[in-house]
Design a protein around this ligand. Structure first.
Ligand code: PEP
Ligand code: MN
Length: 265
């Protein structure tokens, strides 16, 4: 799948990085300049934020989209950002290169149908209680409505374990890559919930054949408006990227073995 000059689901391991939420021009530009230097190809940042409390920061909306577009101009990074509602699809598609559907919206079927005609690739996150079949059925809504460009994202599921925010379902990657032709990426940040675990989950994702990552990075995580605990600092992101280098060869090897393994069940 192509996004500008970027091929997702091909030979290159594509890293998407940036803050959970767009907070200011300075915050986003500082992050963008740093992540592009470290090797990221796509900038993430939410302008519309699904929050579990109505009293939490809800995102900057259109102002956030404009800041994302400035960062693209400045760095050449493509933009991925969340769209929460059918009524926002048009405006988000005006600014974004990839439309993110959050875990909480994976079963918003009218949103998925509308994304079938949005003219942009869709990054579909697995719902926190969704099976892989549920995820694939949601992807089919987008595809059946006319948009073949869907990227699947494993971001951890709810289990009885409380040591991590969610449980990274590592088998989801080879299973999805075996039963579907769609690119599969992993979001280690929402799986971990704490920044110390993000690099090692990222490494695990890479070696099981993920096509890329979606990682939260913030210039000052302790002051972040959302998800600061799981956001890497700019330096930590740079280190994580360097540490992934030796594993890139293993990713290719694992891709071949997972295709050879055949279907599920
Ligand atoms: C996010 O990417 O910031 C986000 C809200 O993720 P999820 O939908 O996976 O919870
Ligand atoms: Mn987040």
């Amino acid at each position: 799948m192509r996004v500008g000059d970027i091929a997702i689901g091909g030979d290159e391991f594509i890293v998407m990085a940036g803050p959970c939420a767009v907070e200011s021009e300075q915050q986003l530009l500082d992050t963008a300049i740093s992540v592009v230097r470290a090797g990221a190809r796509i900038l993430r940042g939410g302008a519309y934020k699904p929050r579990s409390s109505p009293y939490s920061f809800q995102g900057l909306g259109v102002e956030g989209l404009k800041i994302l577009s400035k960062a693209r101009q400045h760095t050449g990074l493509a933009i991925v950002t969340e769209v929460m509602s059918e009524t926002d699809v048009e405006v988000v598609a005006e600014y974004a290169d990839i439309m993110q559907v959050g875990a909480r919206s994976m079963e918003n079927f009218s949103l998925l149908e509308r994304l079938g005609t949005c003219g942009r690739p869709v990054l579909l996150k697995r719902g926190m209680t969704a099976t892989l079949e549920d995820l694939l059925r949601s992807a089919q809504f987008v595809v059946a409505c006319g948009n073949p460009d869907v990227i699947l994202c494993e971001r951890g599921i709810r289990t009885f374990e409380t040591a991590t925010r969610n449980t990274f379902d590592v088998a989801a990657v080879p299973v999805l890559k075996t039963v579907s032709h769609l690119p599969v990426i992993v979001d280690p940040s929402h799986a971990a919930g704490v920044r110390a675990l993000v690099p090692i989950l990222a490494r695990a994702a890479l070696v099981v054949g993920s096509d890329g990552l979606l990682v939260e990075v913030h210039p000052q995580p302790d002051n972040a408006a959302s998800d600061g605990d799981q956001s890497l600092t700019l330096e930590q992101f740079d280190t994580m990227m360097r540490d992934l280098d030796p594993y890139l060869g293993l990713r290719q090897a694992s891709d071949k073995s997972c295709v050879a393994a055949g279907g599920i069940n």
